[in-house]
Design a protein around this ligand. Structure first.
Ligand code: MG
Ligand code: ZN
Length: 268
């Protein structure tokens, strides 16, 4: 699966620990939590709306949420339930955190080629970062630094949603052929439903079917033949096949000017 992953830090992101002690940020509740292996409880500020906000983002943008925090598995026990998050997968850092590697290598390894967004307050620029940048070259990667005095806000989520929606899924299939008719795939129907804010699946399907047929029609109108760098061709610029193997109308020169413009004066 090539679903994007959103990695979540706790301290500095969900817990704005750097806020002024006497001024808890709006919307947050104070918890006293003693992580296993700690003697004294920690003061942790958590915002109960964060869970629903993150789940909403995950649902709408098709993103998988994964913990990337020093709390590791304790995030599922101590943090998630307090803000309405279900159990999430966890990146395990082992001893890397205390060595110079910080979270870089473990996160890159976990993402393993999938698009990656990351909320953290502390993207340290140690040498280990170079390995991360190298591992992630040419892969969609968005590091979102969160102010640890403020914590996660809706505009951070909006930015990630936009990033996820703008990822170009190269292997995305928009339609399949059914008896010579183009039928939109369920994934594309869902996109149409989301973008047009519809709640009627049958209507979404009709609109999506119409849209894929229109995309094809527009493609045909703009198709020209071309030769590649090796002089081979001619190919169809719309579908890439040798000219004549596809049914796309070839035209040379620009697309004709709009002859059916709404509101244009009619010839008398
Ligand atoms: Mg942090
Ligand atoms: Zn073609």
């Amino acid at each position: 699966v090539n679903r994007p992953i959103l990695f979540l830090d706790v301290d500095g992101v969900l817990n704005p620990f750097a806020g002024k002690p006497e001024r808890r940020p709006d919307g947050y509740e104070t918890h006293r939590i003693t992580p296993a292996g700690w003697g004294a409880p920690l003061r942790v500020w958590l915002n109960p709306s964060h869970g629903p906000m993150l789940l909403d983002l995950a649902e709408r943008a098709g993103i998988e949420l994964v913990w990337a925090t020093t709390w590791e598995h304790q995030a599922n026990e101590q943090i998630g339930p307090r803000i309405g998050l279900p159990e999430l997968p966890v990146v395990e850092f082992g001893s890397a955190l205390s060595s110079g590697a910080w979270k870089w290598a473990a996160v890159a390894e976990y993402a393993d080629g999938r698009p990656l967004a990351w909320f953290d307050d502390d993207f340290q620029a140690q040498p280990a970062r170079l390995g991360f940048d190298l591992a992630r070259r040419n892969m969609p990667t968005r590091l979102c630094r969160i102010d640890p005095a403020v914590g996660l806000v809706q505009s951070d989520l909006d930015a990630v949603e936009k990033w996820a929606n703008d990822l170009a899924p190269v292997d995305e299939v928009l339609y399949h052929m059914d008896g010579g008719r183009m039928v939109a795939t369920i994934d594309y129907v869902r996109q149409v439903e989301h973008h047009l804010c519809l709640d009627d699946r049958a209507l979404s399907q009709r609109i999506a079917d119409f849209t894929v047929a229109e995309i094809e029609r527009v493609g045909k109108q703009s198709a020209v033949m071309y030769f590649d760098d090796l002089g081979q061709g001619p190919f169809c610029s719309w579908c890439g096949q040798i000219t004549g193997l596809c049914s796309h109308v070839m035209r040379n020169g620009p697309i004709p000017s709009n002859t059916n413009k709404i509101g244009a004066p009619t010839a008398s």
